[in-house]
Design a protein. Structure first.
Length: 375
């Protein structure tokens, strides 16, 4: 298996990831994914304004973590006409960006690259949204003073074809633990995970038997038990802890936000001052106390199900006993739209009212040569 480009980039042997990583759909070059009016404009430019040179700049309107620039540069190199003649400046994946800050400019004849405008906007929007969402969650998970891992569990929340790009964006945002192999494809690791509810169902809800089967099948894995299947988190956690002792590394709580764990029906005096549904702090405190009381201080608690940056920050402020967070759907919300504007025509200002050229000294010149993407 050939070495991942991400390792070459981290070692300084290449400046940017290329189409060897991204594996673009060849139909991009035919305009299949471009808005039709861009294709029509390309034809008109070729016929009526072939010698004009425009400068297109890209920006967004939030504080964000930029991602997608490597992909866009590879896109230009692969599908633009005469890409080596384009003058391109760009920031880097992982850069923190400000509202309205220019993240990339492309200068050249419109007909050579203009039809890619919408595709570029879309790449930057999705990659930056995911990277920013993950960064905010990772930051929240550190807010209690401990660097707690965040597992990227977004496989069920979007189309499977998005996993590789989303996984790379999550990596840029700070999550290096991801659910599927595809999420790790661009940056070179493998997916991680232990058991779903389906495994426990196969053993009719017997968490101990499910864990025993898992351990026998994957003896090299850390044993992490999913303990909410029977909606009795503390009882099932103690059952597996008593059975497996030091071998049990952690328990994952994934209680539905529509259920109240049996711990509260046994202890109704705890109710009345908080929402007892789902994976709530009171349940987690009770679980930690029960494990510690029987000598299982080594068992980590993984919390998943409906977490986002705000909820994690609240749990950290309360010192909720969570060691690892599993986060899914909130990380895939697309909330950082990008805009591409043509702001210069033959070196002079020419743009729709309200838009203007905004140079950015942080950007680097990029040369789209034949062999690699270099600065």
């Amino acid at each position: 298996m050939s070495e991942k480009e991400i390792y070459q980039k981290l070692q300084g042997r290449i400046k940017r990831l290329t189409n060897k990583t991204f594996k673009f759909d060849e139909r991009i070059g035919d305009g299949w994914f471009s808005a039709v009016y861009f294709l029509k404009t390309r034809e008109i430019a070729e016929k009526h304004k072939p010698d004009n040179e425009i400068l297109m700049q890209f920006f967004q309107k939030k504080h964000a973590v930029l991602c997608g620039t490597d992909e866009v540069l590879a896109l230009l190199k692969t599908f633009a006409k005469n890409p080596e003649e384009l003058e391109v400046h760009s920031l880097e994946d992982g850069d923190r960006i400000e509202p309205f800050e220019t993240v990339m400019t492309i200068k050249g004849p419109y007909q050579n690259f203009g039809y890619l405008e919408g595709v570029i906007d879309g790449i930057l929007a999705r990659r930056t949204s995911v990277a920013t969402n993950v960064y905010e969650v990772v930051t929240a998970a550190k807010s209690g003073g401990t660097d707690k891992p965040v597992i990227f569990m977004g496989d069920r929340d979007d189309h499977y074809t998005q996993q590789s790009g989303d996984g790379y964006s999550a990596y840029i945002g700070g999550s290096k633990a991801q659910a599927t192999h595809a999420m790790n494809e661009w940056w070179g690791k493998k997916g991680m995970g232990t058991m779903p509810h389906a495994l426990i169902q196969l053993f009719k809800g017997d968490i101990v038997e499910a864990c025993r089967a898992y351990q026998e099948t994957y003896p090299e894995d850390d044993l992490m038990a999913l303990v909410d299947y029977n909606n009795d988190v503390i009882t099932d956690s103690l059952r597996v802890a008593r059975e497996f002792g030091d071998t049990l590394k952690g328990v994952r709580v994934d209680t539905s936000n529509t259920l109240v764990d049996k711990y509260f029906t046994r202890n109704p005096d705890l109710l009345g001052t908080f929402d007892p549904r789902g994976v709530n702090p009171k349940l987690l405190f009770g679980l930690r106390e029960a494990l510690d009381r029987e000598g299982y201080q080594h068992v980590k608690i993984v919390a998943s199900g409906g977490f986002d940056a705000d909820r994690i920050a609240r749990y950290e402020e309360m010192n909720a006993p969570v060691d690892i967070y599993g986060v899914g759907s909130s990380l895939l919300k697309l909330n950082v739209p990008f805009t591409g504007d043509n702001v210069l025509l033959n070196g002079e200002h020419e743009a729709k009212l309200g838009r203007k050229y905004r140079p950015n000294a942080r950007m680097e010149r990029i040369y789209l040569n034949e062999n690699s993407i270099e600065d």
